[in-house]
Design a binder for this molecule. Sequence first.
Ligand code: GLP
Length: 266
Amino acid sequence: MEVAIFKTADEASRAAACLIGRSLKEKSSGTVLGLATGQTPLGTYEELVKMHKAAKISFRNVTAFNLDEYVGLEASDPRSYRAYMREHLFSKVDIESARCFIPDGSTRDPRAECTTYEEKIRKAGGIDLQLLGLGQDGHIGFNEPSSSLSSRTRLKTLTHVTRAANAANFGGSEKVPQHVLTMGLGTIMEARHCVLLALGANKADAVQKMVEGPLSAMLPASILQMHPRCTVILDEAAASGLARQNYYREVFAGKPAWQRWDLPLD
Ligand code: GLP
């Protein structure tokens, strides 16, 4: 795991956008991006839009797969993750809408939808870079504690904690759908590069356990310790619980220029 600590949330979000921007430029045949929702990636999406407007990156050949979606919401529902992605990224860049995939939460057959979603990822050649946020209980996607560490895309039941964390969009946690479709931990682990972004002091405990704690289904993000290429991007508040902070900072500061992924793109 590479742990990169930035002073502020803005700096961390900019760095994440530079890393994603680089991956778009590296693979002109078309990067396959895995995308996340929630508060955390908003700054990164804003930066990506700016980079696109400045003609530094294009999404023309990009294929995107989102991690998850609420069950029971139509794609047009403003509270759906599809609406979120449209609002914050897809409508603002040159990505082809036919190549923007999100599990269909309005399906009548969730099992078939999940199998098809996995097939689509496979057909696209697998995910090159998977962006991830982190739940306060250590979930990634909507893989709640006790999720199988080798799970695939499937229907999950949200915990009360997660429903409460997402209550603002729904006007109360009891109105947050109880069920979701989410890529599994096994699906996420097949991405060639996992990039987890965590911002703010309320993520510090989960970050510490994910990076330095034991691998456990009770802290699903800890599976990333097994990933051959995982970059964890943090602001100082989210990094504040890490015991080996100084070591991570030293490693990052000592990177040769050609390995730096956080510098602005030309
Ligand atoms: C939700 C999403 C996750 C996200 C997490 C953290 O549960 N399904 O993908 O990473 O919440 O959200 P936030 O970034 O708003 O803290």
